[in-house]
Design a binder for this molecule. Sequence first.
Ligand code: PEP
Ligand code: MN
Length: 339
Amino acid sequence: MERIWIAGPCAAETRDQVLETARQLVEQSRHAFVRLDYYRAGAWKIRSAPDTFCGAGDEALPWLREVQETYSLPVCVEVMNARQVELCAKHDIRTVWVGARTAVNPSEIQQIADAVRGSEFTVLVKNPIIPDLKLWMGNIDRFRQAGVRQVIAVHRGFTDAQENVYRNAPLWQIPIELKVRMPELPILCDPSHLCGQVKWIPQVAQLAMNYGFNGLMTECHCSPEQALSDSEQQMIPAAWAEMVSGLDLRNDTPDLALVKQRAKLENIDNQLSELLYQRMMIADEIADIKRKNHIAVVQPQQWQQVVKRYQIHSEDVAYQEFIDKFLELLHQSSIERQQ
Ligand code: PEP
Ligand code: MN
């Protein structure tokens, strides 16, 4: 499957910003021998807070058409309703995406699907913010049933109440399962919304390529620090071109069964490493309380309770031996920290 590279600002802000970002992207992509397949920009932004920048709205469409005509570069825009689909068509914009928030509402998705029915739209379907593969697949099916020939999935991570390094939880096993169930469907990664910060983007982009994703949708801005939305996750066009040209793109299709298991492991490792750290922090707090109340550091009965919690798979002798060693280490380091 051909790779698909999409880049452009989070939002269309002004005509100058839209055209300047496009100009730099085109220039940098040529310079780095990277293909730029689509220019992205949000015209209508649904933001969490109502008094933040909501996009330039209808006014942005002529600017985007200008990019399309100037650079012979197809533009894609997020749509949330049938009226916006119509406006895109009116401005010769034939590629649209549905965002992660819209994707939680099948009724809205159906209305958008009905609006693109019968016209030559390419539709990108972002994952819903909740980790529900059935819902994501249902949305894809709604566009396919509306006769859309080119449907592309976009993974941008999932909302997670926990504090994470990334803005959204990747839960790689979900897009990989989508790949297993719909092998002919191109899946892109949106590392910008996934990471929330530029510094994580290249490593996540490479990981997505290793997992067999078919390309990237990346947010780029000519002056990220002045961006009116998602400023921390927008790359400058030169950094984007350098990143894409530096990706290790293996030609062999990865073994999906292996990739799926590895993604599960990665997810468990991430959680385990965070949980172990949280456990240490709680142990430190307990140590403070003990100190204040003059309670002994080592309390054998308390530790026996802990050991019991780790005996639920004691039928697996080798595993239990490992756990016993692990607990010894855990206990030892806990005591050392408390002293
Ligand atoms: C976007 O791509 O501009 C966007 C709002 O993304 P998401 O729907 O993934 O949050
Ligand atoms: Mn954004």
